[in-house]
Ligand binder design. Structure first.
Ligand code: NAP
Length: 541
């Protein structure tokens, strides 16, 4: 990076205008910091700007998928229990209208590089569109799914049809009607695209590597009475997010109790039936905590799910692929998705399921996808629902260099070290929210953005109040934090699945539990402890 002449001097530059970045702007501005957000998209919303593929919607019910700021929730309602991408965009416009956020956001501005100048104790930041800034602190809020992953499959350039990654979907939309569509990937995104494409496609070919243990969403439209009911005790519900494992307004113990050992097999089945009817994440996050540690309990939950799903499938061979007799991995240790009519799509005559374990993709041809059995699956549109370089990808995509000349990308090549999931040794005055080794992907996004976000704001205020200029996490604190996470994860079944939770969804990425798996209350307790000990683990100078 060449010498930068800053266009603007800031106390704090926040990168990203999704939930976590907007919350930082809102709070830090209130405290009088000179703060701006740089955002690559032309609008607010983070992932919800880019992910406008057919069927994109949130797997968290609306009241918990928004800020807990009263000025915002008081006169905002979603019209469905699980809001769609366009309604979430409207919500962000509402937040902007109320809080005037855009005034301090520079849109269409992707941060490309940052360097820390030790003499001035400031970051120099440059952007792809030639802008630059100088800021004492860099707060990275790039979200967990901002760098799309498109696997390298030979022949893509030969394809005569159109291909799209779901996170780079054309803003004006793509008409799937009457098309021969291929969808690669059956994660949360794939499930949503598949259930939209199936009913309208001339033919839909689903390329599946691992079946998704999807749960019924139980979506419903909300009338005025529903909307009022959802706001009852809403302040208490927001407050509760700090006290539940995944940052929701409910916890596993509200539903399943302490241990499966306290129930007869019949009682467990009855309980599971009730939670299946309730739907959403309840059969997952409302399940016994033991599903993460005890294979026997986990298998009971899997078998229940499998049998429920198979009842909806008419073709036994298809059923065995979508809900196998033997679980491909333990239940719930890979992100479970919510579906509305996903399984029924596979009963349609115009839908083919390709099991990539049996018949891997050889290459993409002019006509479509050639699989190892010699068959060409002819397509007009190929959809890559292949996910993201999750959690770290948005951070390492930027050329961030520390005073020793080390880039963040190389620092984390062998795995991530980050104290409190907020700072990594050697990168002074650089903090991140909703990133690696924080609750992030194992929690509700807006909850983590606010709860971790509050700690970052408190830390910055602490420094300002005491005239402290420079902060860095110690190498020992980073190491101990990672060990805490690794040790905990080693006692769970998470490592038994290839997943982005374990950073194993990207070829070559170092495997590790990349979120904070011990739960939101424990995470916040660690912050309390660290603060009580004068921010022990951070070094100020
Ligand atoms: P994902 O969960 O990582 O799923 C990617 C899919 O692509 C998987 O089925 C994966 O198979 C497959 N895949 C990847 N590389 C492949 C290859 N080389 N060949 C064949 N298949 C390949 O990504 P995602 O579905 O985009 O979701 C990512 C996360 O974003 C979610 O877990 C969630 O946190 C968030 N999200 C949320 C929502 C929502 O709230 N509704 C919607 C979308 C996304 P394997 O499973 O075998 O690896």
């Amino acid at each position: 990076m060449n010498e930068i002449t800053p266009h603007e001097n800031l106390d704090i530059l926040v990168v990203g205008a999704g939930f976590s970045g907007l919350y930082q702007l809102y709070r830090l501005r209130q405290l009088g910091f000179k703060v701006k957000i740089y955002e690559s998209a032309p609008e607010l919303g983070g992932v919800w700007y880019w992910n406008c593929y057919p069927g994109a919607r949130c797997d968290t019910y609306g009241p918990m998928y928004q800020f807990s700021i009263e000025e915002l929730w008081r006169d905002w309602d979603f019209d469905e229990l699980y809001p769609s991408w366009d309604k979430i965009r409207e919500y962000f416009q509402h937040a902007d209208h109320k809080l005037g956020l855009s005034a301090d956001i520079r849109f269409n501005t992707r941060v490309s590089a940052a360097r820390f100048d030790e003499t001035q104790c400031r970051w120099s930041i440059s952007t792809e569109n030639g802008h630059s800034a100088s800021a004492q602190f860099l707060v990275l809020c790039t979200g967990i799914g901002s760098k799309p992953h498109r696997p390298e499959i030979p022949g893509l350039d030969d394809f005569a049809g159109r291909s799209f990654h779901t996170a780079q979907w054309p803003q004006k939309g793509v008409d799937l009607g009457g098309q021969r569509i291929g969808v690669l990937g059956t994660g949360a995104t794939g499930v949503q695209v598949i259930q939209e494409a199936g009913p309208v496609a001339a033919h839909l070919t689903v390329f599946q590597r691992t079946p998704n243990m999807a749960l019924p969403m139980r979506q419903r439209r909300l009338d005025e009475a529903d909307k009022r009911a959802l706001k009852v005790n809403i302040k208490e519900k927001y407050a509760r997010r700090a006290h539940t494992r995944a940052g929701y307004d409910f916890d596993s113990r509200d539903y399943a109790g302490e241990s499966a050992a306290g129930y007869t097999p019949q009682e467990i089945q009855q309980m599971y039936e009730a939670y299946w009817e309730e739907g959403g994440f309840i059969p997952w996050l409302g399940n016994f905590d033991e599903i993460y540690t005890d294979e026997r309990v986990n298998r009971i939950a899997y078998d229940f799910w499998r049998d429920k799903v198979r009842q909806r499938l008419t073709n036994p061979a298809m059923a065995e692929k979508l809900a196998p007799t033997i679980p491909p991995h333990p239940y719930g240790v890979k992100r479970i998705s919510l579906e509305q009519r996903y399984y029924e799509v596979f009963n349609q005559a115009n839908v083919t399921l390709v099991d990539l374990h049996e018949t891997p993709i050889e290459r993409i041809t002019r006509e479509g996808v050639l699989t190892r059995d010699g068959r060409v699956h002819e397509l007009d549109i190929l959809v890559f629902a292949t996910g993201f370089d999750m959690v770290t990808g948005g951070l390492t995509a930027m050329d961030i260099q520390n005073p020793a000349g080390m880039t963040l990308r190389s620092q984390w090549r062998e795995g991530v070290n980050a104290f409190m999931g907020s700072m990594t040794h050697g990168f002074p005055n650089m903090l991140f929210v909703y990133g690696p080794l924080a609750p992030s992907g194992l929690s509700n996004g807006p909850s983590c953005s606010e709860l971790q976000g509050d700690e970052i704001v408190a830390l910055l205020k602490h420094m300002r109040d005491r005239g402290l200029q420079r902060i860095e996490s110690s190498a020992q604190a980073d190491e101990a934090w990672r060990k805490r996470i690794d040790d905990f994860a080693a006692g769970t079944l998470f490592g038994r699945a290839e997943s982005w939770y374990m950073a194993t969804n990207i070829p070559g990425k170092a495997a590790q539990m990349i979120n904070y798996p011990i739960g939101m209350p424990d995470y916040l307790e660690q912050w309390r402890r660290v603060k009580a000990e004068g921010y022990d683990g951070f070094v100020f100078n």
